[in-house]
Write a protein that binds this ligand. Structure first.
Ligand SMILES: *[C@@H]1O[C@H](CO)[C@@H](O)[C@H](O)[C@H]1NC(C)=O
Ligand SMILES: *[C@@H]1O[C@H](CO)[C@@H](O)[C@H](O)[C@H]1NC(C)=O
Ligand SMILES: *[C@@H]1O[C@H](CO)[C@@H](O)[C@H](O)[C@H]1NC(C)=O
Ligand SMILES: *[C@@H]1O[C@H](CO)[C@@H](O)[C@H](O)[C@H]1NC(C)=O
Ligand SMILES: *[C@@H]1O[C@H](CO)[C@@H](O)[C@H](O)[C@H]1NC(C)=O
Length: 316
C-alpha cells in the first residue's frame, strides 16, 4: 500500500510538472515571426518602406502571426523586438524599377543586426530560426561570407524545377515533404525565380565560409551558370531559397508564377516548415499590449496588383 501511495505521488508530481512544462509538447503554439520591411524605391509621405502582403499570408497560412520589422530603428529597439519574436524572415524582392543595395540600406542594417543576434542566441541554445527569400537569401550569403560574391544570371522571371542535391531528402527543410511532392518539385517548374544575381555553385565551392556554413539542398541553371537555389545552415536554423515559395499561392500578376496543385502545396509545405521551426523558440513580448501594438494587423495592405508585381502591399 505504502509503495503504491508513494508511486502515485511521484506520478502526480510528474504529471503536474508536465502540465507546466510539456503541455504543448515543448513547442510554442503561438509563434510570431518578424518580417523585415524594405525601402520603397520612390518614397511618398507615409510610404517609405513596404512588405509584400504575400509574404505575410504565407506565414499566416501555417499558423504564425507576423510583426513588421521597421527599418531605421535603434539597436535597443531591435534587441527588444528580437527577444519578443520567435523567428525572422528576410524576404526581399527586386522592386520594379529598383531594389535597394544589399550592403548600404536601412534594410541591410536591420538584417545584419538580426542575423548577428540570431547567431549569438543559437550559440547559447536559444533556438531562433532565420529565413531568407530571393535577395534575402543573397543577403544571408553576404552576411555569412562578408563578400558580395554574386554572378549575373538570366533568371528574372522564370519558374524552374529544383535540381536536388543528395543531401536534400534528409535535410531538416525537406525531410517532412511528401515523396510525391519531392518528385514533382524535381521534375516540374514549381519554383518561381525573379533575380538577376545568383550565388554560382562555383563561387560557393570556392568560398570556405559559405561552404562550411551552408549545406546546398538544390541548384538550378539558366543554361550557362549553375547556381545555388536552396540552402540550410549546418549548425544553425538558418535557411534560404533563391526562389519565392510564397508566390505560388498568393501572387497572380505574372504568367510564370505556377498555380498547379503541387505548386500550391509547395507554398504550404515550405511555410509549415519554417513556422514549425519558430515554434521551437519561446521569446515573448513583455506585455500583451506590446504584442498587440506590434502585430501587422494594425496595418492594412493596399491593392497594387494593377501596377506592380504584388497583389497587395503593406506600406509603412
Ligand atoms: C501620414 O500618417 C499620419 C499618421 O498616421 C496621418 O496623420 C497623416 O495624415 C498621413 N499623411 C499623409 C500624407 O497621408
Ligand atoms: C531611413 O534613414 C535614411 C537615412 O537617414 C533615410 O534616407 C530614409 O528615408 C529612412 N527610411 C525610412 C523608411 O525611415
Ligand atoms: C533568358 O531566358 C529565357 C527563358 O527563361 C530565354 O527565352 C531567353 O532567350 C534567355 N536570354 C538570354 C540572353 O539567354
Ligand atoms: C544537377 O546538379 C548536379 C550537381 O551539381 C549537376 O552535375 C547536374 O548537371 C545538374 N543537372 C541539371 C539538369 O542542372
Ligand atoms: C490601381 O488601383 C488603385 C486603387 O484602385 C488606383 O488608385 C490606382 O490609380 C491604380 N493604378 C493604375 C496604374 O491603374
Amino acid at each position: 500500500m505504502f509503495t503504491f501511495a508513494k508511486m502515485t505521488i511521484v506520478l502526480l508530481i510528474g504529471f503536474l510538472w508536465c502540465v507546466s512544462f510539456c503541455s504543448s509538447d515543448q513547442r510554442n503554439y503561438r509563434p510570431i515571426i518578424g518580417v523585415l520591411a524594405q525601402e520603397v524605391y520612390s518614397p511618398k509621405p507615409n510610404q517609405t518602406a513596404y512588405i509584400a502582403a504575400s509574404y505575410v499570408k504565407f506565414l499566416e497560412s501555417a499558423g504564425a502571426r507576423v510583426v513588421p520589422v521597421m527599418i531605421n530603428q535603434t539597436l535597443e529597439e531591435y534587441k527588444a523586438l528580437f527577444h519578443s519574436i520567435n523567428g525572422v524572415s528576410f524576404d526581399r524582392i527586386l522592386y520594379p524599377g529598383g531594389g535597394v543595395s544589399i550592403i548600404s540600406s536601412g534594410y541591410e542594417r536591420a538584417a545584419k543586426i538580426f542575423y548577428e543576434l540570431a547567431i549569438e542566441a543559437n550559440k547559447r541554445g536559444d533556438y531562433f530560426p532565420v529565413w531568407g527569400t530571393c535577395l534575402g537569401f543573397e543577403q544571408l550569403t553576404y552576411l555569412t561570407s562578408e563578400k558580395t560574391a554574386l554572378t549575373f544570371t538570366n533568371t528574372s522571371g522564370v519558374s524552374l524545377p529544383l535540381n536536388f542535391s543528395n543531401e536534400a531528402k534528409k535535410s531538416r527543410m525537406f525531410k517532412e515533404f511528401p515523396a510525391e511532392l519531392m518528385k514533382d518539385l524535381a521534375s516540374d517548374p514549381l519554383t518561381e525565380n525573379s533575380h538577376k544575381w545568383s550565388l554560382s555553385l562555383l563561387t560557393y565551392n570556392t568560398n570556405e565560409e559559405l561552404k562550411t556554413f551552408y549545406k546546398v539542398l538544390s541548384t538550378n541553371t539558366d543554361g550557362q551558370t549553375e547556381f545555388v537555389s536552396t540552402v540550410e545552415a549546418y549548425d544553425y536554423p538558418i535557411y534560404g531559397t533563391q526562389w519565392h515559395p510564397e508566390k505560388n499561392a498568393f501572387e497572380w500578376t505574372k504568367p510564370y508564377i505556377p498555380h498547379s496543385p503541387s505548386a500550391i502545396r509547395t507554398t504550404f509545405y515550405v511555410a509549415q516548415f519554417f513556422v514549425s521551426e519558430a515554434r521551437k523558440n519561446f521569446h515573448r513580448f513583455e506585455s500583451e499590449e506590446g504584442e498587440r501594438k506590434a502585430l501587422i494587423y494594425n496595418h492594412s495592405p493596399v491593392y497594387t496588383g494593377n501596377n506592380s508585381g504584388f497583389e497587395q502591399i503593406y506600406f509603412f
